[in-house]
Write a protein that binds this ligand. Structure first.
Ligand code: ZN
Length: 493
């Protein structure tokens, strides 16, 4: 029997502001859409946290035996610098600055995005569509919205008519805003503005002659508005109504609000049953931003090459750190927090190793079935990974006590404990068993230092054959010894 039949999953729906029992539209199947990256720079760690939250959700849904179609797009056009309807396209701007083709920018940063996600042990989404691959679908939706009277064309651009939409539907219901408040809080439109109201947003923008990324349309050469691609791609691959839409908290308004408006204007009904939003990552208590320098790239954590870090951390430690917070809570990254997570992560891995050689008894001193259900209860409560991890650590403690002979476990229970630990640690949390980087480099330094010491002793004893051998063999391995006034140092090439 499918696991989901025995587990009652509840999710926090941003639309209702409540935890709701998750019931998919088609039994046994889940359609999930998550807004992907705009590929104009290296993926930053905050974005990784958002995508990791949905990777964990994807993993748990799969574990519950749902057949999940997970669509996560790549934004390769239409996302303007100021996030609204003005300014340059982010990708075109980068291409201009670096004097390369926009598609070179897209290729470079899509590859970077995939590389980083692979290091973090992400599962691939089922479909990863691009905005530029769905221009036709986007044009079709614009035509439909125009026909239904919720958009207007002006000077080769098409804008969504928020005021008109709000007469029949409710603009702002996801972010809890009222259109009247928005209107009274915004500036007056200037004479150059094409929009009827400041809240209106672009579905299609006319391309100025210098704009490189352009496509023909019934309204002339132009490019789609940013919000539209997600409506086009989610509808195409998941249908007019689907189960889960996810993204970062910062996308709730205006991006997701506009997605809802576009779908309702076009299809006449709401597109999504459950809106899930992942919270942000801060660093040393402050918002991460490139402009302030309070920012870190994933590779800098893996190499330790950032001034806030005392050492490098393997990807699974970072993943474990992220999983220690609930996905809807703000999480603060610091060297101290990562060091704490590293300790926890290696304790967990050690327990998994110890478990392999535990002595079996005729009975158990812990109710493993009840413990297993507590693991599920944690995840069923809106994917509460911190509670899950705390429950896994109850088992870690138990495993260590069995090893010391203070607790007992039966063969059947040990099997259940082992399989459950593996499911939650590897399949659901997505952790991998990784070696401690520093331990290995520390060991290497120790070995080389020992060889330097032996070489010094050989030289002192005038055994130059041995001392030269040590130096030459190390050099052949790419380890160079350098004799100086302060003694011998080494470098690894
Ligand atoms: Zn989106």
């Amino acid at each position: 029997m499918a696991l989901y039949k025995n587990q009652v999953l509840k999710v926090y729906n941003s639309l209702s502001g409540k935890k709701e029992i998750f019931t998919p539209i088609n039994e046994g199947h889940v359609g999930m859409y998550v807004c992907g990256p705009t590929v104009y720079s290296n993926v930053h760690l905050g974005n990784c946290r958002t995508f990791m939250s949905f990777d964990m959700i994807f993993r748990y849904l799969r574990h519950l035996d749902y057949k999940v179609r997970y669509v996560r797009n790549i934004t390769d056009a239409g996302h303007l610098v100021d996030d609204a309807d003005d300014g340059e396209d982010k990708i075109a701007k980068k291409a201009r600055l670096e004097q390369i083709e926009p598609m070179e920018v897209v290729q470079r940063y899509t590859v970077d995005f995939h590389n980083i996600l692979q290091k973090f042990n992400f599962l691939s989404p089922s479909i990863e569509p691009t905005a530029t691959g769905h221009i036709i679908e986007q044009i079709e939706i614009i035509k439909d919205i125009l026909e239904k009277g919720y958009a207007y064309e002006i000077n080769g651009s098409v804008y969504f008519d928020v005021k008109k939409f709000n007469e029949k539907y409710e603009y702002g219901k996801l972010s809890g805003r009222k259109l009247e408040d928005m209107i009274s809080n915004t500036r007056e439109l200037t004479a150059q503005d094409e929009k009827r109201n400041p809240q209106d947003f672009a579905l299609w923008k006319k391309a100025e002659p210098q704009h490189i990324m352009r496509w023909p349309s019934p309204w002339g050469d132009g490019f789609p508005g940013w919000h539209l691609e997600c409506t086009a791609m989610s509808t195409k691959y998941l249908g007019e109504t689907f189960d889960i839409h996810g993204g970062g908290m910062d996308l709730k308004f205006p991006h997701h609000e506009c997605e809802i408006a576009q779908s309702e204007a076009s299809h006449g009904h709401s597109p999504v049953h459950y809106w899930l939003h992942a919270n942000m990552l801060t660093m040393n208590g402050k918002k991460m931003a490139k402009s302030t320098g309070n920012n870190i790239l994933p590779n800098e954590i893996f190499s330790g090459d950032n001034e806030i870090l005392s050492k490098p951390f393997v990807p699974s430690v970072v993943r474990f750190f992220m999983m220690q917070a609930h996905y809807t809570s703000i999480l603060d990254l610091s060297d101290e927090a990562l060091l704490g997570s590293e300790k926890g992560y290696f304790r967990l891995m050690e327990a998994l190793r110890v478990m392999e050689s535990l002595e079996k008894s005729s009975s158990s001193t812990l109710d493993i079935k009840a413990w297993q259900q507590r693991c599920y209860d944690a995840m069923n409560d809106d994917f509460n990974t911190p509670i899950l991890i705390a429950t896994l650590f109850e088992a870690v403690k138990y495993i260590n006590l069995i090893k010391e002979g203070k607790e007992r476990i039966s063969a059947v229970d040990l099997e259940l404990l082992t399989s459950t630990m593996q499911v939650f640690v590897f399949d659901v949390l997505g952790l991998e068993s990784q070696e401690q980087l520093t331990t290995n480099s520390d060991k290497l330094s120790g070995v080389v230092s020992l060889l330097i010491q032996l070489r010094n002793e050989a030289r002192a004893g005038k055994d130059f054959a041995t001392s030269d051998k040590i130096r030459d063999e190390l050099a052949a391995m790419g380890i160079q010894l350098k004799d100086g006034t302060e003694g011998t140092t080494f470098s690894i090439s």
